[in-house]
Design a protein around this ligand. Structure first.
Ligand code: ACO
Length: 323
C-alpha cells in the first residue's frame, strides 16, 4: 500500500528567550505559579520585524537538509498557522518563494493548536491519493503578536516558533513496508467558539485582535478529548495502546499532557516534552517536538508514534505513524 513517510524534520526558534520571571514585574504572577500550573519555564519570542514566514523558512530549510532533498523536488507545501504574516496570501506561498521554487502548490491550514495534525493528515491524504510525491508540512506561529499583555491567564502560556517535516510517498516495499502515517482522526465542534478565540478579524473588527480563553474549560475538554481521539486513531491503525512507543503531544500544559499519557497507559518517559522550554507554540508545537526528539536520536525505526492536539474551534485530532 502507498503511504507517506517522514523523510526529514527541522525546526527554528527565535533567538530571544523569555523566562517566567520576566512577567513578575509586569503582572500579578510568579515563576512558581506558571511552573507548577503549566510546566512552562521559558518561551521564545520573535524579534520585531520577524514574521511567521521567516520562522517557517528556517524550519523548512532545516527539514529539507535533514531529508537530503532539494526544494525543487517538493510537489507542495501545506502550512498550519493562525498567525499569518498577512490576511493573504498564504504564508506557505512566502515559504515557497523563500525556498526559491516556483512549482507545486502552497496553501495554509487553520485549525489553531490542532493545525499541524490537520495539515499532516491533509498532506498524507494527498500523497496516498496520488496527488503528490513529496509535501513539506509546516507549523509556524507568532502568538506573541496576539497576546493581551494585561491578561495573566493567557500571555504567560504562549511562545513563537516553527517546525517542519518532509513527507514522502513510499510504496510499502522492503524496509519501508510498515513505516509511515498509519491513521488520522480529525474532529471539530464549532459550538465551543467562545472558549478560545481571537477577538478581531478582517470581516468583523478590521483589527488583528487578541487571544481570549476560558482556560479551565479548555482544560476540561482537552483532558477528555485528547485521549479519545488518540484511541480512535490507534483503532483505525489496528493498534493497541501498549504498542505505542512515543506520545508527541501538543505542548500546551504539562498537566494536560500528564493526564493524557495516563489515560493512554504511557509512562512519562515515553512522552516527548518541550513545553518547559517552548511554552505553547500552537500549530508549531508538535513539529517542533518531533524535530527536537528526532535530532536527539530518540526515535528508532519502527517506533509507533502518536501525536495529538486540541485548540480553538474547538478542533482536535490525532495522527498515528510508524517511524
Ligand atoms: N499567575 C497567577 N495566577 C493566575 C495566572 C497567572 N499567570 N493565570 C491565572 N491565574 C489565576 C486565575 O486568575 C484564578 O484566580 P482566581 O481563583 O482568583 O479567579 C486562578 O489562577 C485559577 O485559575 P484557573 O484558570 O482555574 O487555573 P488553572 O489551574 O485552570 O490554570 C491554565 C489555568 C494554565 C490556563 C489552564 O487552565 C490551562 O492550561 N488551560 C488550557 C489551555 C490550553 O491548553 N489551551 C489550548 C490550546 S491553545 C490554542 O488552541 C491556541
Amino acid at each position: 500500500t502507498r503511504r507517506s513517510i517522514i523523510r526529514g524534520t527541522g525546526h527554528y526558534l527565535p533567538e530571544r528567550v523569555v523566562e517566567n520571571s520576566w512577567f513578575e514585574d509586569k503582572l500579578d504572577t510568579t515563576d512558581e505559579w506558571i511552573r507548577t500550573r503549566t510546566g512552562i519555564e521559558r518561551r521564545h519570542f520573535a524579534a520585531e520585524g520577524e514574521a511567521t514566514s521567516d520562522l517557517a523558512i528556517h524550519a523548512a530549510k532545516a527539514a529539507l537538509a535533514d531529508a537530503g532533498i532539494a526544494a525543487e523536488d517538493l510537489d507542495g507545501i501545506v502550512l498550519a498557522t493562525s498567525t499569518p504574516d498577512f490576511t493573504f496570501p498564504a504564508v506557505a506561498t512566502m515559504v515557497q518563494a523563500g525556498l526559491g521554487i516556483t512549482r507545486g502548490f502552497a496553501y495554509d491550514v487553520q485549525a489553531v493548536c490542532a493545525g499541524f495534525v490537520f495539515a499532516l493528515a491533509n498532506a498524507d491524504a494527498m500523497i496516498r491519493g496520488g496527488m503528490a510525491e513529496r509535501v513539506l508540512v509546516i507549523g509556524a506561529e507568532t502568538f506573541s503578536r496576539i497576546m493581551d499583555w494585561s491578561d495573566r491567564g493567557t500571555c504567560v502560556l504562549f511562545g513563537d516558533g516553527a517546525g517542519a517535516v518532509v513527507l514522502e510517498a513510499a510504496e510499502g516495499k522492503g524496509d519501508n513496508s510498515d513505516r509511515g502515517i498509519l491513521a488520522s482522526d480529525l474532529n471539530s465542534d464549532g459550538r465551543y467558539r467562545d472558549l478560545l478565540y481571537v477577538d478581531g478579524g478582517v470581516s468583523t473588527t478590521g483589527t488583528a485582535g487578541h487571544l481570549r480563553m476560558q482556560g479551565n474549560l479548555v482544560f476540561r475538554h482537552a483532558v477528555e478529548k485528547l485521549a479519545q481521539t488518540a484511541h480512535r486513531a490507534l483503532d483505525k491503525a489496528g493498534l493497541e495502546q501498549d504498542q505505542v512507543e512515543w506520545l508527541v503531544p501538543h505542548q500546551a500544559n504539562m498537566r494536560i499532557i500528564t493526564a493524557t499519557a495516563q489515560k493512554m497507559g504511557l509512562p512519562i518517559e515515553r512522552v516527548v516534552l518541550t513545553v518547559a522550554d517552548h511554552g505553547n507554540t500552537s500549530a508549531a508545537s508538535i513539529p517542533l517536538a518531533l524535530s527536537v526528539a528526532a535530532s536527539e536520536g530518540r526515535f528508532k525505526a519502527g517506533d509507533v508514534i502518536v501525536t495529538e492536539a486540541i485548540g480553538g474551534g474547538l478542533s482536535w485530532g490525532s495522527v498515528v505513524l510508524r517511524w
